[in-house]
Ligand binder design. Structure first.
Ligand SMILES: NC(=O)C1=CN([C@@H]2O[C@H](COP(=O)(O)OP(=O)(O)OC[C@H]3O[C@@H](n4cnc5c(N)ncnc54)[C@H](O)[C@@H]3O)[C@@H](O)[C@H]2O)C=CC1
Ligand SMILES: C[C@H](O)[C@@H]1OC(=O)[C@H](O)[C@@H]1O
Length: 264
């Protein structure tokens, strides 16, 4: 889909690594200029510092001949999100595509789960998608040239996880958010959709997949025959961002190699 996004400006949250990084590179390969959101956690318990990672993503995008800008913000902080979107508009001259990819999943037992952990996972995954979507939509409406909002939900919007009682509701919520905002934004030519990745190899599941039995189980359930990679998610996101998807809104696209349908 080279060139289908030429002249468009995109913002990808959580783009310093993992799926967000893959999406940022995919959008740039399709012709978009890209703002790469990253986050510096207040302490290591909130995740690792992404300063070095984001510099390499910016460099890779610039090497493709596109403009790239790194924008730091905690997506759960409304003031920081609105300042980030203002900075993107100033740097790239507008905003046509938002991809909400920032997310966390600190695996935890249900019976001992602290309220604070529940709140943080919701703040980053769901409140963050709301804040970024609202700030971006305001810009898109003012610009008057339509737009695309795409959120990285999950197969976890459809199925449970024994260590994910805090996480799976946020992923169902993110998809529901896209459905609801598709209604007021449709008349402005702004489409709102979600992608639902299955099991994609990134930092978020590195510890969980260090159990060889779990890894073998997951591999065995995927009809396509392998775990996913960030680039597997980028293609469907580029499609949803492209003119070819102009009549797709409020939709959810499973990107899971068939994991969901393979019960037996
Ligand atoms: N890896 C997988 O199997 C799947 C992942 N997902 C979703 O994909 C998205 C990306 O996750 P991965 O790339 O897998 O994990 P990852 O851990 O590699 O990336 C997460 C990104 O979110 C950023 N982030 C975390 N907290 C943030 C905050 N408060 N503000 C801004 N950015 C923040 C991190 O800095 C990082 O760049 C998440 O929303 C996750 O829920 C969905 C389905 C499957
Ligand atoms: C973090 C998990 O391994 C991963 O995240 C998801 O959303 C998938 O459902 C997997 O559970």
């Amino acid at each position: 889909m080279t060139g289908v996004l030429a002249g468009r400006s995109a913002l990808v949250t959580g783009a310093s690594r993992g799926i967000g990084r893959g999406i940022a590179l995919g959008l740039a390969a399709a012709g978009a200029d890209v703002a790469v959101n990253w986050y510096r956690p207040p302490s290591p318990e909130f995740g690792r510092d992404n300063g070095a990672d984001v510099a390499s993503v910016v460099a890779e995008i610039e090497a493709m001949g596109r403009r790239a800008v790194a924008v730091e913000a905690d997506v759960s902080n409304g003031a920081a999100v609105r300042a980030m979107v203002d900075e993107v508009v100033l740097s790239l001259g507008g905003l046509d595509v938002l991809v909400n990819s920032a997310g966390i999943c600190p695996f935890h037992d249900f019976l001992t789960m602290p309220e604070e952990l529940w709140d943080r996972v919701h703040a980053v995954n769901l409140r963050g998608a709301f804040l970024c979507s609202q700030a971006a939509a305001r810009v898109m409406v003012d610009q008057g040239r339509g737009g695309r909002i795409i959120s990285v939900s999950s197969i976890s919007a459809l199925v449970g996880g024994g260590q994910q009682a805090h996480y799976t509701p946020t992923k169902a919520g993110v998809h529901s958010l896209m459905q609801s905002i598709a209604i007021p934004l449709g008349p402005h030519g702004i489409t709102c959709n979600s992608v639902l990745p299955g099991a994609i190899g990134t930092d978020i599941n590195r510890d969980d997949w260090s159990d060889p039995q779990k890894l073998a189980y997951l591999n065995g359930r995927i009809p396509i025959g392998r775990l996913g990679e960030p680039d597997d998610v980028a293609g469907p996101v580029v499609f949803l961002a492209s003119p070819a998807a102009r009549y797709v809104t409020g939709a959810a696209l499973l990107v899971d190699g068939g994991l969901y349908v393979n019960l037996q």
